[in-house]
Design a protein around this ligand. Structure first.
Ligand SMILES: Cc1cc2nc3c(=O)[nH]c(=O)nc-3n(C[C@H](O)[C@H](O)[C@H](O)COP(=O)(O)O)c2cc1C
Length: 273
């Protein structure tokens, strides 16, 4: 096992290992204004939701590792504590990357990136028309995490209004994960994409109370065939199916095929005699 102590590696090395390890990260496209009303648009992948009621999003414009300067987005939310956060999907990924260019103060990245400004209803910053979802937010607090290059600044935002583009809704009027084609940020220059064909479902164990790994029969738990994912599915049944358990690896391979298709009950059936 390789181990690292943060204080013993350079900030750039630390940034690389953390951003590669903590991935994929969703991307916030933050639209802000300065005190004179000039618009700014920048992407941030130090971003997530942290509360549903109240609805809270947090993103973090960091102090630059390079020269410890701060970003216009941070200056703006300190001047005008409002932000529109747009979510980012594949059709706009190149434009949001362009919006991350470090233009001089006062340059409007909407214009540079070709993304479209639209008036918001409750806050001054503009909506981003092309984003699948826009959140109009008030900034509750800006929490600085340090004064050195690389230090984050948590911009804690409460959502006031949500705008969703119709084309991403399903027939019941709900957001359709498969249609969204979300992208996420990984380490270095890598991104990942969530197309319909690479989504998969894992049934929530909250609905059932799985027996757990510890109650799996040894013939199955110590099989050389089953992976952690296979055993995780087998251990998610509520009652251990009764019988004798095959230790034959060919039978395990057959069960594994069924598990790949999420057919847990059928997998258990062939594991018992
Ligand atoms: C996809 C993506 C995600 C980014 N995430 C962050 C981030 O979480 N925090 C950060 O400080 N900079 C991040 N950046 C870099 C900023 O977008 C960049 O520094 C931007 O120019 C800041 O603009 P501003 O000075 O107008 O606020 C990211 C860039 C890209 C392309």
């Amino acid at each position: 096992m390789k181990t690292l102590i943060p204080s013993e590696i350079t900030p750039v090395q630390l940034q690389t290992v953390m951003q590669t390890a903590v991935s994929p990260r969703p991307i916030a496209l933050a639209s802000t204004v300065d005190k004179d009303g000039n618009s700014n648009l920048s992407p941030f992948s130090f971003f997530n939701m942290f509360s549903t009621v109240p609805p809270v999003l947090i993103f973090s414009p960091s102090r630059r590792v390079r020269d410890n300067t701060i970003k216009h987005t941070l200056e703006n939310v300190l001047e005008v504590p409002e932000v529109v956060i747009g979510t980012v999907n594949f059709p706009i990924v190149q434009q949001i990357s362009l919006a991350s260019t470090e233009y001089e103060e006062g340059v409007n990245e909407f214009i540079k990136s070709g993304l479209t400004m639209k008036d918001a209803d409750l806050v001054q910053p503009k909506l981003i028309e092309e984003c699948p979802v826009n959140f109009e937010c008030k900034v509750l607090e800006v929490k600085s995490l340090g004064d050195q290059g690389g230090a984050g600044n948590l911009v804690i935002c409460e959502v006031q209004k949500i705008h969703i583009r119709e084309e991403y809704l399903d027939e019941n009027g709900n957001l359709d994960q498969a249609k969204l084609d979300m992208v996420a940020r990984l380490g270095s220059n890598w991104y990942s994409r969530n197309t319909a064909d690479n989504l998969f479902e894992v049934p929530k164990p909250l609905v059932t109370k799985g027996i757990g790994f510890d109650l799996l029969p040894d013939e199955i738990k110590f099989s050389r065939i089953f992976t952690g994912n296979d055993l995780g599915m087998l251990a998610n049944v509520e009652i251990l199916p009764a019988g004798n358990y095959h230790s034959d690896e060919n039978v395990h391979l057959g069960a594994q095929k069924l598990l790949l298709e999420s057919k847990i009950e059928e997998a258990w059936k062939i594991l018992i005699y």
